[in-house]
Design a protein around this ligand. Structure first.
Ligand SMILES: [Zn+2]
Length: 458
């Protein structure tokens, strides 16, 4: 396929940025120094300022238009007791599981329609239990996927019969270690592959039983950015601890998986300690129904997650039967993966954004726990002022006696529109020409993180 002019330009710019990012710090300083010398020797001060502001806006525009749109979205839907997870990977749209009957028409289809999704590339049914497959026929009939992956075989239930009749000839059973998606984008490489199918585990063999949960398809989504930073998401239906343990022992790619969907709705029969020790997830999802009859999530699982040092937050779609001190009762959970970090927002509190870094660049691993130290709370202070100038919005930020290191600006959908790295107590940022509306800002200082909102009116 011949790339379009746009694609060629994007690729070229991506290569340029990757080149700059790959330079050692001293070389980057030299590049910055050259720009500084250019502006200070050729322009009087007032012009120089203007050039600098325009240049900064232009560079920001280039930077964000290439590498700062989210690369992957993961939506764990609040479907009561059951499971449904939507992935948007580059232009690919994938649904993993469809929750119980009626949840397709009542929750999943309206949710995806609100995202502007009118067609899926493929669906994956992790296994044949009704809380995963029951609403999938409703989604398949409405969003017409090209392929419907499942574990194969048969199952005796009305929901399975309905699923099979909706799928028709599109039914396909992947092999173990099969790559379902393999993309090269300007931001890096993305793969989605199977680690377990029908009881067969990658690099091991058969470890299933007649229990349907042991047949679950396990998937690893992996993104390796152009800066060689790696993000991973693992989801394994209702797989049990025995299969999960074998998987992590036999498959080194299951190390450092930043985002984990806890198997089997937080049941104590899943999520062995070795899984958490190997994966070291930064955030976990639990899909669980309010006051469910199974007691999910079980306190044993929550305790393990509570004690796991790597886990910052446990996002539960509902409070289920139990919660822990790390639990966030989320509703729908939305993760957006950028090239060095990912954010999580929830439908219960859409104005709040949690940011997690997976970059190997340690200067980006900012101390990220604003409320760690209770006595700091009283001292936290950020002043935010907006003003309008020549059609641009200027944002004045000050954090007295703290050093601002990073500022992230998001639109109300949680999409990052601007990222600025700096080192200052005060700063004035120019926001590129964006639409009127409410915007969210996260300011990282050497001591705190501040979240706030501001409004742009035209
Ligand atoms: Zn289930």
């Amino acid at each position: 396929m011949v790339p379009t002019k746009n694609q060629r330009t994007t690729r070229l710019l991506a290569q340029l940025i990757s080149l700059i990012l790959s330079l050692p710090i001293r070389e980057r300083t030299k590049v910055r120094g050259a720009v500084k010398i250019f502006s200070s020797s050729f322009f009087p001060l007032h012009l120089r300022e203007r050039v600098r502001v325009r240049g900064a806006v232009f560079l920001l525009f280039l930077f964000f238009s290439i590498s700062q749109s989210q690369i992957i979205e993961i939506h764990q839907l609040n479907v009561d007791q059951g499971d449904a997870c939507f992935l948007r990977v580059d232009t690919f749209k994938i649904l993993i599981d469809g929750a119980n009957a009626t949840k397709g028409n009542n929750i999943i289809n309206p949710y995806l329609s609100a995202l502007g999704i009118s067609k899926l590339n493929f669906t994956v049914a992790s296994h044949h239990h009704a809380d995963h497959i029951g609403g999938l026929d409703e989604v398949i009939l409405s969003l017409n996927p090209d392929i419907c992956y499942d574990r194969g075989g048969s199952y005796s239930s009305a929901q399975f019969t309905e699923y099979i009749s909706a799928v028709g000839p599109r039914r396909s059973t992947p092999a173990v270690a099969e790559t379902l998606l393999n993309l090269t984008t300007p931001n890096g490489k993305i793969t989605l592959s199977t680690l377990a199918v029908s009881g067969n585990l990658k690099n091991y063999g058969y470890a299933g039983t007649s229990d349907e949960n042991t047949q679950s398809i396990a998937l690893l989504l992996e993104f390796i950015s152009i800066t060689q930073d790696t993000f991973k998401f693992f989801t394994a239906g209702d797989l049990y601890a025995r299969q999960e343990s074998i998987l992590v022992v036999k498959n080194p790619e299951l190390e450092n998986v930043q985002l984990l969907k806890i198997s089997h709705h937080g049941s104590s029969s899943s999520t062995p300690q070795i899984l958490l020790d190997k994966l070291k997830p930064l955030a976990v999802f639990i899909s669980v129904g309010e006051n469910n009859s199974y007691g999910h999530p079980h306190t044993e699982t929550l305790l393990k997650l509570q004690n796991a040092e790597s886990v910052r937050f446990i996002y539960q779609t509902t409070a289920g039967s139990h919660t822990s001190a790390k639990s966030i009762i989320a509703g729908h959970i939305i993760a957006k993966v950028f090239d060095r970090f990912f954010t999580i927002t929830t439908s219960n509190n859409p104005a709040h954004i949690d940011t997690f870094y997976f970059s190997r660049d340690h200067t980006l691993n900012i101390e990220d726990e604003p409320f760690k130290n209770d006595k700091d709370k009283g001292e936290r202070k950020m002043l935010l002022k907006t003003k309008s100038e020549n059609g641009f919005t200027l944002l004045e930020i000050s954090t007295p006696s703290e050093i601002i290191q990073k500022v992230l600006i998001f639109n109300i959908l949680g999409q990052l529109i601007q990222e600025t790295n700096l080192h200052a107590e005060n700063t004035t940022l120019t926001i590129p020409n964006t639409a009127s509306g409410v915007y969210l800002i996260s300011v990282f200082t050497n001591r705190n993180i501040y979240h706030d909102k501001f409004i742009i009116t035209k």
